[in-house]
Design a protein around this ligand. Structure first.
Ligand code: HEC
Length: 119
């Protein structure tokens, strides 16, 4: 191998390793720890209203089988239904378009931990 090819090889290897090191693998989104009590009226309702009512609302429960438009219904589905597991399910998530942010999921988890408070 002559010098030209050796240099070319070194050049190519450095280009390759540079482009490899510049690839950034996104880190798993880490939710902020929640210290205050989570309540349905303050924290949970807006998440459900803006992400679920299209298909689980007053006039649409047949779309999504269950209704999620008030505290009693959301609490029941979170407590004894599959609301939390479906919201965390990567294969069959709710909403079907994809899991909500880790922060929103953490709020729902904390709501359960705090005992499904209403207000
Ligand atoms: C685009 C419409 C749509 C949206 C938005 C949506 N869902 Fe659903 N959901 C469905 C449909 C359709 C089903 C029934 C089929 C299935 O289980 O996948 C369902 C089923 C479910 C079930 C299982 C019900 C049961 O017991 O059979 C839960 C729990 C649920 N959704 C929760 C949620 C929550 C919580 C949100 C918001 C974070 C949400 N869904 C948003 C359409 C939707």
């Amino acid at each position: 191998m002559n010098l030209f090819y050796k240099l070319l090889l070194v050049f190519l290897i450095s280009i390759l390793s540079l482009s490899c090191t510049s690839i950034e693998i996104p880190l798993e989104e880490e939710p902020e720890p929640i210290s205050e009590l989570v309540k349905y009226n303050n924290d949970v309702k807006t998440i459900i209203d803006s992400n679920c009512l299209n298909c689980h609302g007053v006039s649409t429960p047949r779309t999504g089988r269950i209704a999620l438009y008030n505290f009693i219904q959301v609490k029941r589905e979170a407590d004894v239904g599959s609301l939390i597991s479906r919201m965390n399910n990567s294969i069959y998530p709710m909403p079907p378009s994809g899991k909500l942010s880790a922060q929103k999921l953490a709020i729902i988890d904390k709501w359960k931990l705090d005992g499904f408070l209403e207000n």
